[in-house]
Write a protein that binds this ligand. Structure first.
Ligand code: IPM
Ligand code: MG
Length: 378
């Protein structure tokens, strides 16, 4: 009992210290002012190196002028594999983290997160560690289904909620376990501001706040309250709020779903709902995701590392679509709008001719990349 109480005490102290630091605020990098932009390309593991290879082939052609002048540098980072992480027993090995922090912006492949039954040491998800270490508080995920008039964008809080202390729950003994969930004013305010700013700058789109505040009264209650407070600074932006269960149902309710535009969600609901939404777009393999903070931004595929594809020797059939989508978002973020548009239209064309099934009856990642390159208008 004493040990658990001390553990809880230290969790609380750490959270108070974290909030103090957050309250100091952070500056946002202005990429247009940099002489040189270093893109860190983190392979990850499983199918990661394969889809990264294909993606970089495309980027090398798309960005060849800026790569030649040295305005853009791509720094490939290979050490974020489950093997290396287990060997060093570090979620993100120190030298890898150092390399990552030396870049201006990051493109990341999938990384394996050991689950309870995987027979692997209990190391934390690399994603979660990186999001926390780089303070990437906004997870932004667009989903479009044009023939159903669906055009959604999700603003998922990315460092708090169930994830803040996800690996620091306790087994009390006597068959009882407890995990902890954290919501803070400062953490909620900044994600809410990001969502409302986006809604305002894109023609006053409706913002839907998603919680389970009828059950998680403290944490989700605070999230809802702070989001509503922020909404009062945006009188032109329509706002409503939903519980996450009925939100999940309404995403597939064709009478209602096209009325949703911008979603604002705490971490775990954002995780779940964005997978559902990505599936409606064509699967998690088709979606990209932006993790945005003050000093750094990281763009990634939202799917996992698919170790089964590697075991079954079909990794080369993995689709690089989500990592290319992430690259497009990265280019937009650094102000390369024309390049982003060009990439997006080439991918769209490639998707009509290529068949990505994730298996031998479909095209390979390399074939997909070659097709995208053919469709670039350079
Ligand atoms: C995601 C993923 C991660 C998450 C996993 C890999 C830790 O599902 O980016 O949505 O839960 O956030
Ligand atoms: Mg997820």
């Amino acid at each position: 009992m004493e040990k658990n109480l001390n553990h809880i005490k230290s969790l609380i102290e750490n959270q108070i210290a974290r909030v103090k630091k957050l309250e100091e605020g952070s500056q946002f990098t202005d990429y247009s002012k940099l002489d040189k932009i270093v893109i860190g390309a983190i392979d990850g593991d499983g199918i990661g190196p394969i889809i990264m290879d294909s993606t970089l082939k495309v980027l090398n052609v798309l960005l060849k002028d800026d790569l030649n002048t040295g305005k853009i540098v791509i720094n490939r980072i290979e050490g974020l594999t489950i093997e290396n992480r287990i060997e060093k027993m570090e979620t993100v090995p120190k030298d890898v983290l150092h390399e990552i922090k030396s870049c201006n912006i990051l493109l990341k492949g999938p990384t394996t997160t050991p689950g309870k039954n995987d027979n692997l040491p209990n190391i934390e998800s690399a994603n979660v560690t990186l999001r926390r270490e780089l303070d990437l508080f906004a997870n932004v995920r667009p989903v479009q289904v044009p023939d159903k008039n669906i055009d959604w964008i999700f603003f998922r809080e990315n460092t708090e909620g169930e994830y803040a202390l996800g690996s620091q729950g306790i087994d009390i003994g006597e068959g009882i376990s407890m995990d902890f969930k954290v919501t803070t004013d400062v953490g909620t305010r900044r994600i809410a501001k990001a969502a409302f700013e986006y809604a305002k700058n894109n023609g006053n789109l409706k913002v839907s706040i998603i919680t389970k505040a009828n059950i998680m009264k403290k944490t989700d209650g605070r999230f809802l309250e702070v989001c509503k407070e922020v909404s009062s600074d945006y009188p032109e932006v329509p706002v409503d709020d939903w519980y996450v269960d009925i939100c999940a149902a309404n995403l597939i309710n064709e009478n209602i779903n096209k009325d949703f535009k911008v979603f604002l969600l705490p971490n775990l609901y954002g995780d779940i709902i964005t997978d559902e939404a990505a599936q409606m777009q064509g699967g998690v393999g088709t979606a990209g995701s932006a993790n945005i903070g003050g000093n750094y931004a990281m763009f990634e595929a939202i799917h996992g590392s698919a170790p089964r594809m590697v075991q079954d020797n079909i990794a080369e059939y993995a689709s690089p679509e989500s990592l290319l989508k992430a690259s497009e978002m990265l280019l937009r973020h650094i102000g390369y709008i024309n390049k982003a548009d060009e990439l997006s239209s080439a991918c769209e064309k490639a998707s009509t001719t290529m068949k990505m099934t994730g298996n031998k009856n479909g095209n390979t990642a390399a074939e997909y990349a070659a097709c995208v390159i053919e469709n670039l208008s350079i």
